[in-house]
Design a protein around this ligand. Sequence first.
Ligand code: ADP
Ligand code: ZN
Length: 439
Amino acid sequence: MAEKYWQKEIETASREEIKAIQSERLKKTVKHVFENVEPYRKRMEEAGLTPDDIQGVEDLYKLPFTVKQDLRDYYPYGLFAVPTKDVVRLHASSGTTGKQIVVGYTQNDLDVWDDIAARQLCAVGADENDFVHVSYGYGLFTGGFGLHGGATKLGATAIPVSSGNTDRQVTILQDFGSTVLCCTPSYAMYIGETLKKKGVDPKTLSLKAGIFGAEPWTEEMRQQIEELLDIKAYDVYGLTEIMGPCVSYECSQQAGMHVNEDHFIIETINPDTGEVIPNGEVGELVFTCITKECCPFIRYRTRDIGVVNTEPCACGRTFVRMSKPMGRSDDMLIIRGVNVFPSQIETVLLKMGYSPNYKIYVDRVNNTDTLDVHVEMNEDMFSDTIGVIKANEEKLEAELRSLLGISANVKLVAPNSIERSMGKAVRVEDKRKLLGGKK
Ligand code: ADP
Ligand code: ZN
């Protein structure tokens, strides 16, 4: 099947053209924030900078970072670069990591967002004949409206189901002939499990692709979802502060997400020192908005840990690709001094044939950190004897020890006993934090 693009010219532009566009737009944006956002002007002045010091992307590193706390300090509208009369929409983060933050969009900002979401839909093979089933939440969370706007702009048929009421999701998949499903990967799993429980063969549905993001997920989970729903599953990345979903988008190659570089400049930094590190090395991802009017954040530190890949992609797109973020730096658990990402645990569980229904409990007992992982048994294991279950728990513990370098207690629990999520899954309960102890 021929590769589909939404804006082919820019999506396949030469690297020189992309760099020239970025430089031009960066200069304009820096001037815009300097003139219209007092905290930005002050910060630049403190750093001894005027807009003239930024002549192109090569000068980006000179500019101060923006962090989530800034959005909290100037909450709600202190970082907006346009008067509120020009703001046509507000969104807020889902508040996974603390007090919510709010961002605004001008009509132009929304048009850009629709375009980048349409790029994502085309990249997974969708066109005006498709039925786009949006099960991300509609509301202040950006997920629902983001994909909805893209589907509408593309001329496909948007089905704004929103999240929840999973039985109804199944009915709509069946009756309305949804071809592309958009939701969090954990909700996709849940929808898949519900189909199975209801005895609905996914082959009888019209679904062909899924666009899943808003939370970390592993390659192993991608395989499970593809089998369960009989579709191709694609990754999508975004965050409220920068735009919402589709800041970067996966293509037919399913090998990393192309960053919409005509709208956002990506950098990787060392999270401890703030130094820029070369592409290809793991670090914290930083984005600069270069076309936004209302909230053009400069060098926004995402706290997401990932890698930027500049290798050409077989799909023909020339935008660089970012890896699946392996998690947020603030999701990283430090257990007995060892850094552990929940996604590493997920990889082990799925490789060993379990479902991604698990919960991680961290605690501190007698001054020692403890790590407990509850994992659902598969239906066929459920009838096993206690001895067999124990042996399986030990197998998992050995595997986790060899990958993480620390020991964990594994408990296999009954199928369907771990709470399912319709939005972002909550996989970790760190009781040390609840007690106000060290993270
Ligand atoms: P909140 O910060 O309240 O969760 P957002 O909806 O803005 O609100 O979440 C954005 C964050 O979600 C990103 O910074 C990243 O950590 C995570 N995220 C989004 N898409 C993905 C993805 N495809 N893979 C991994 N993490 C993702
Ligand atoms: Zn590609």
